[in-house]
Design a protein around this ligand. Structure first.
Ligand SMILES: NC(=O)c1ccc[n+]([C@@H]2O[C@H](COP(=O)([O-])OP(=O)(O)OC[C@H]3O[C@@H](n4cnc5c(N)ncnc54)[C@H](OP(=O)(O)O)[C@@H]3O)[C@@H](O)[C@H]2O)c1
Length: 235
């Protein structure tokens, strides 16, 4: 029987976050979904019963504003899923703005939210934190080094929070490789990206929901990152 407390999922207005939030709702879990932009998916979420809260993790003030809003909306949380993410290329030489933006959304927001929400999670009999990073952290990226480094930081926080919060709260990660293309990806890009994995498919968001459910449902897995990469490491 799902817990009465909601699952918080950040950046859930579109794509993977939206899919997971809708699937959780369909499976009986209350959901609090955050959004930065008003996107069409939010109407679907509200119609399905989600509470939707604005959250902009561009700077520390925005992160703390969101934490205050969250605390005013719930007395407990079944789980937190850190899904919000920006995929920005490295800036021109000497420009730190992309790095700073991704540091805030990938690292500082999860860090502060985890610290501030410990009591909300401990109000639930089972409690989880799940960090969604990226399989690219295995090998680095020539043109997205800031993205890769800040996602590696997010993945590292899994271990530290898992140690800190056990046994009351399990903390795990999911590191996806290609799950869904962006609309603007052309045929040449798609062909090249598909060829990188052993499975050679665009699996779609359901594989992330399956991973999320595995981590939520299994009481003996903590401090682990699930690789969901279609066997990219085999090629
Ligand atoms: N899709 C894939 O194939 C893939 C592959 C590897 C890893 N992942 C990871 O899986 C997760 C979901 O991927 P996705 O493709 O569904 O992501 P997405 O389409 O880029 O959506 C991410 C969401 O994060 C929100 N966001 C970005 N910056 C934010 C900020 N400063 N404050 C608050 N919210 C912010 C965005 O809000 P707006 O709506 O305002 O833009 C967006 O809705 C991400 O963590 C991503 O890194 C995905």
């Amino acid at each position: 029987m799902p817990s009465l407390f909601p699952i918080l999922i950040t950046g859930a207005g579109q794509r993977l976050g939206l899919h997971c939030a809708l699937r959780l709702l369909a499976d009986g879990f209350p959901v609090i979904a955050t959004y930065r932009s008003e996107r069409p998916g939010l109407a679907q979420l509200r119609a399905a019963g989600a509470v939707t809260l604005p959250a902009d993790f561009t700077d520390e003030a925005g992160i703390r504003r969101f934490i205050d809003i969250l605390k005013a909306h719930t007395e407990g949380l079944r789980a937190i899923v850190h899904n919000a993410s920006a995929w920005l290329p490295d800036g021109p030489e000497g420009d730190a703005s992309a790095f700073a933006r991704m540091y805030h959304v990938h690292m500082l927001a999860p860090y502060l939210i985890n610290l501030e929400c410990e009591a909300l999670l401990k109000a639930s009999t089972a409690a989880d934190i799940i960090h969604i990073s990226d399989d690219v952290i295995r090998k680095g990226s020539a043109r997205h080094s800031a993205y890769c480094a800040t996602k590696a930081g997010l993945d590292s926080l899994v271990l530290s929070f898992a140690a800190r919060l056990a046994p009351a709260i399990k903390v795990n990660g999911i590191a996806p490789a290609l799950i869904t293309f962006n609309e603007q990806d052309d045929d040449a890009y798609r062909h090249k990206a598909l060829a990188k994995s052993a499975m050679g498919i665009e699996p779609g968001a359901e594989v992330i929901y399956q991973s999320l459910r595995y981590l939520l449902d299994n009481c003996y897995v903590t401090g682990t990152t699930l690789t969901v990469n279609g066997g990219r490491h085999l090629k």
